[in-house]
Design a protein around this ligand. Structure first.
Ligand SMILES: NC(=O)c1ccc[n+]([C@@H]2O[C@H](COP(=O)([O-])OP(=O)(O)OC[C@H]3O[C@@H](n4cnc5c(N)ncnc54)[C@H](OP(=O)(O)O)[C@@H]3O)[C@@H](O)[C@H]2O)c1
Length: 491
């Protein structure tokens, strides 16, 4: 792998980015616009009924975010004209042929102009409806590859997947591709067309039964989990992402294609400024629940590695990989982008950083009082968690019985509410279990080769830093990531 200049590569290029309102896509777009203002065009595909609502989404959910403040300062009064010149909004939906773009002129323009396609659109909900997740994470990947195939100037297709397509395997997880129909447990017969039929049949059955929207949603969620587990994956999200990778492998045909598999993405490490984040994501939900005093137990193996990677490093890896593979030669490369191989952090550290930060700087609640946090009770196995929940359930039940024997109806209501809450918590714990007790390391030999090549021959290697070894986790959590959560999530 030999590089010259990333900025030269980006000069006068047109890039189609799907999922443009998403966390990672925004960081990607901001970086390109900030470091290479001579990029020709960013076609940002986002869901919108029409152009007017696409513009509203651009202003509210993309350029209106603090993330763009550095670029705004850099452009000064020319910011809006710069954005109008460089960004073309594409209302669309990747779960449809031709990405659901209705304006045929725009479609023709993209087929003529686009050099790079970056697919970031996805549902990242572990417990998504199966029809939604299959349509987006699996078939969407195929529609994006088909679209890229029609772009006459295309140099590379970049598909963003997740490292957790590996399921619950332990040990060293290699950067291997999935063959069509491959499963994690060896069960044969995985066929994406059959999965589509299974969904159609279930939806028909629900229609005939007169199921409500709520019942249909629950049935579709259950179906996703059941199909995922039948083939060895722990949840609908990673199962449908794995099938998406399989389709990219087939439908990329002769294009150069890159699959990026990030681990758990956290706030920016350095650019455009440290600590930018958005939405309550995976491990952040633990920190948020803890800071608010709502989390009283910590369900995880403290010695397990929690594989985190700051978002700006993921974006830099995407850009460097894109340049490394841009050619007209058919190829497929997989890059796992995480930290467990080079600079592992453990759940023990996460627990410790959370306690130290919020006991020193507690959140202030609605009444203006600090939320006092203490050390959490650690449950280091699912068995101890189940025992704990069973005990809490019995105690609550006993309390309710004593208080409500005279109010039978009221008791019934509270009882079913309690049951619902308990089963919700159990379902969540069950879905997150593979990550809280994760026993694997993501190999990143391909990504390491990319880093080495960038270090030795990329002119702007400092600008496209992607080495997790430089992260001091304590400093990152105490001074960047948790303050970022407090600023951007609690506000
Ligand atoms: N965040 C992580 O920790 C993480 C870790 C590993 C891998 N990844 C992968 O990285 C990628 C980006 O993740 P993210 O965290 O940035 O996700 P995100 O914030 O949830 O963004 C997903 C984007 O996809 C869009 N989208 C949903 N359905 C669509 C459709 N039918 N057509 C077009 N766009 C659609 C969403 O648009 P709306 O705003 O309209 O909903 C949203 O902009 C995903 O592929 C994900 O699997 C993420």
């Amino acid at each position: 792998m030999e590089f010259e200049s990333a900025l030269q590569f980006l000069d006068n290029k047109s890039i189609l980015v799907t999922g443009a309102t998403g966390f990672l896509a925004k960081i990607f777009a901001e970086k390109i616009l900030r470091v290479q203002p001579n990029v020709k065009k960013l076609y940002l595909l986002l869901r919108a009924a029409d152009h007017k609502s696409a513009i509203q989404r651009l202003h509210h959910e993309i350029i209106g975010k603090d993330l763009f403040k550095v670029l705004k300062e850099k452009c000064g009064k020319n910011f809006i004209s710069f954005i109008s010149e460089k960004i073309t909004l594409i209302p669309g939906d990747i779960s449809q042929e031709d990405l659901g773009v209705k304006d045929s002129n725009l479609v023709e323009e993209m087929w003529k102009e686009v050099d790079v396609v970056v697919n970031l659109a996805a549902t990242t909900n572990f417990d998504e409806r199966y029809d939604v997740a299959l349509g987006l994470n699996t078939l969407g990947a195929k529609y994006v590859a088909n679209f890229a195939n029609k772009c006459v100037k295309l140099k590379v297709l970049l598909h963003v997947s997740t490292a957790y397509v590996s399921g619950e395997r332990s040990g060293l997880i290699l950067e291997n591709s999935y063959r069509m129909g491959e499963t994690l447990n060896g069960v044969s017969g995985l066929d994406i067309n059959i999965e589509k039929k299974v969904i159609e049949e279930k939806l028909n059955e629900l229609r005939l039964q007169g199921a409500s929207e709520k019942e249909t949603t629950q049935a579709m969620k259950d179906l996703g989990i059941a199909r995922a587990r039948f083939y060895g994956w722990p949840n609908t999200y990673v199962f449908t992402k794995a099938m998406g990778e399989m389709l990219v492998g087939v439908f990329k045909e002769n294009m150069p294609a890159v699959i990026i598999r990030p681990t758990i993405i956290t706030s920016t490490y350095k650019e455009p400024f440290p600590g930018w984040t958005e939405g309550v994501r995976t491990i952040d939900s633990l920190l948020v629940g803890y800071a608010k005093g709502k989390l009283t137990i910590f369900l995880a193996d403290l010695e397990s590695v929690v594989d985190l990677i700051p978002a700006d490093m993921v974006v830099n890896a995407m850009i460097v990989a894109m340049i490394a593979h841009a050619s007209h030669q058919p190829s497929e490369a997989i890059y796992q982008v995480g930290s467990s191989m080079r600079n592992p952090m453990k759940y023990r550290n996460l627990h410790d950083f959370g306690f130290r930060y919020f006991s020193k700087k507690p959140l202030i609640n609605k009444d203006g009082k600090p939320v006092i946090v203490g050390k959490l009770r650690v449950m280091d196995s699912m068995a101890s968690f189940h025992r704990y929940m069973a005990l809490r359930y019995l105690l609550l039940l006993k309390g309710l019985e004593l208080a409500n024997t005279a109010f039978c109806q009221f008791f019934q209501g509270v009882y079913s509410d309690l049951n619902r809450k308990i089963s919700f918590v159990m379902r969540l714990a069950d879905i997150y279990k593979p990550y809280l007790f994760f026993d694997a390391i993501f190999d990143d030999i391909n990504t390491e080769k990319l880093r080495m090549a960038a270090r030795s021959s990329l002119v702007e290697s400092d600008m496209f830093y992607l080495d997790p070894k430089c992260i001091d986790w304590e400093d990152y959590f105490m001074n960047i990531h948790i303050p970022g959560i407090v600023k951007y999530i609690f506000k």
